[in-house]
Design a protein around this ligand. Structure first.
Ligand SMILES: *[C@@H]1O[C@H](CO)[C@@H](O)[C@H](O)[C@H]1NC(C)=O
Ligand SMILES: *[C@@H]1O[C@H](CO)[C@@H](O)[C@H](O)[C@H]1NC(C)=O
Ligand SMILES: *[C@@H]1O[C@H](CO)[C@@H](O)[C@H](O)[C@H]1NC(C)=O
Ligand SMILES: *[C@@H]1O[C@H](CO)[C@@H](O)[C@H](O)[C@H]1NC(C)=O
Length: 404
């Protein structure tokens, strides 16, 4: 364990060519106008498939091959051919990929935990996973998990032995080589959730007006949960807005729109309008959090704009296919509601993979009609690191500081 930590530390130092002193100074706590890079010891992530690193797979079965083919060489709990954005964020800080909280296998919670599951919504749904595919691990459940983790990890650590190495320390010397640090207090809290709350309404045949109507309630719920985490000592929050769902085949293939409602990028305008409305409310909510909690650093990150850029100007950024899926089966967009990426069928007694991957996932934006390719996730990550798409314009390295 210790050696693994040292190797992370070394990677970290190499990656960001920092001297040891800012690390030791541990600029974890937000300070107005602080200019030291933040050295987050852990990441706590909340979300849906955009940041699931194995939560849903641990409970409902592994996302099948060819998921994970580009980077992990096989299924790795992600609905992607490789890494998701939160993986790039973990790499950035020299941390291991954040373990899914629900997975008992190969899990190391010392560096935080990932509570996200594919299909998660902010509000609990009144439909079952079986009926509609939305995860029962909605954000309130993720909060319950986090709360229990925060409390129980400290009790269990006290049982000593192996648990001291497997669980993070709260208010104690970190790994005995660094000054006292509270991992929960100094961790980075990342959020990427909301998209499924919008599609859940559409899939229940609600109109765009009906979906808009419940958006404020959904955003308030997210705001409440962030404030509860602040209440437990969380200080650094990195909050992604939601993407242009109207550009994803699983939405417009299921709920067709009029030709006049399709824009020049091939995206369905009404769904994107609702996503942008959600984002405007979210941006307001994050600004309120900043006002209400002076010790917190709350950064709103405009993922929508970057995702839309890939659909609109894909070729400029190396994407030859934008809306068409890499992995799927049939149809205009290589997307079929009944035969998803990795789906199999028995043909004349032999198992045949129907949902196959394209040859060059790196040239596609959309992986499977719902999720983005690793190449797309990397494009987004590369563009958010500098803070150019953040409000306030805080770079990832500075996300523990307030800039207002
Ligand atoms: C589920 O049903 C309850 C009770 O009718 C309602 O208050 C709530 O808004 C519903 N949730 C969703 C996501 O529709
Ligand atoms: C852990 O053990 C120490 C020493 O016995 C005790 O002071 C502390 O309260 C315990 N913490 C928890 C969370 O049980
Ligand atoms: C939504 O409408 C479609 C088409 O009319 C229908 O087949 C489906 O059962 C409806 N779904 C719900 C949840 O009402
Ligand atoms: C399955 O076997 C039948 C009978 O031999 C044959 O006609 C058919 O083409 C086969 N289907 C496929 C998909 O190979």
């Amino acid at each position: 364990m210790e050696s693994r930590f040292f190797s992370s530390l070394v990677t970290f130092l190499v990656l960001s060519s920092l001297s040891l002193s800012p690390w030791l100074a541990f600029a974890g706590r937000p300070a107005t106008g602080g200019n030291q890079k933040c050295c987050f010891p852990a990441i706590f992530n909340f979300g849906d498939s955009n940041s699931d690193t194995g939560g849903l797979s641990a409970v409902f079965g592994q996302a099948p091959p060819p998921h994970g083919m580009t980077f992990f060489g096989g299924p790795a709990g992600r609905y992607c051919d490789g890494r998701v954005i939160v993986d790039f964020i973990a790499e950035h800080f020299g941390l291991p990929y954040t373990s899914p909280y629900l997975s008992a296998i190969g899990t190391d919670l010392n560096y935080g935990a990932n509570f996200a599951t594919a299909g998660s919504t902010i509000r609990p749904q009144n439909t079952t996973f079986h009926d509609t595919g939305f995860s029962p691990i909605s954000l309130d459940v993720q909060w319950n998990e986090f709360y229990d983790f925060h409390t129980r990890s400290q009790v269990v650590r006290n049982h000593s032995g192996v648990y001291q190495k497997l669980l993070p320390k709260n208010k104690a010397a970190y790994r005995d080589i660094l000054p006292p640090i509270d991992v929960f207090n100094n961790g980075l809290y990342t959020f990427d959730i909301g998209q499924n709350d919008l599609t859940a309404g559409y899939f229940l045949n609600k109109t765009t007006d009906e979906v808009r109507e419940y958006v404020p309630e959904v955003v308030n719920k997210l705001k409440d949960i962030i404030s509860w985490i602040y209440g437990l000592g969380g200080r650094s929050f990195w909050i992604h807005n939601t993407g242009p769902v109207g550009c994803l085949p699983y939405v417009f293939e299921r709920i067709p729109v009029l030709a006049s409602q399709v824009d020049e990028a091939g995206c369905a305008i009404p769904f994107n309008d609702v996503a942008q409305y959600f984002n405007s409310k979210l941006k307001e909510a994050v600004a309120q959090l900043r006002q209400e909690f002076p010790l917190g650093a709350f950064t709103y990150v405009d993922i929508y704009k970057l995702k839309y850029t890939m659909f609109h100007d894909g070729a400029k950024h190396g994407f030859t296919e934008t809306i068409k899926n890499c992995c799927g089966f049939g149809g205009r967009y290589n997307f079929n509601l009944k035969q998803g990426c990795g789906s199999m069928e028995i043909v004349n007694g032999t198992q045949v993979v129907l949902g196959k991957a394209c040859d060059k996932p790196g040239e596609y934006v959309v992986w499977d009609g719902v999720h983005f390719t690793e190449a797309a996730n990397k494009f987004i990550y590369n563009n958010i690191v500098s803070g150019a798409h953040s409000d306030p314009p805080v770079p990832l390295d500075m996300a523990c500081h307030r800039m207002d």
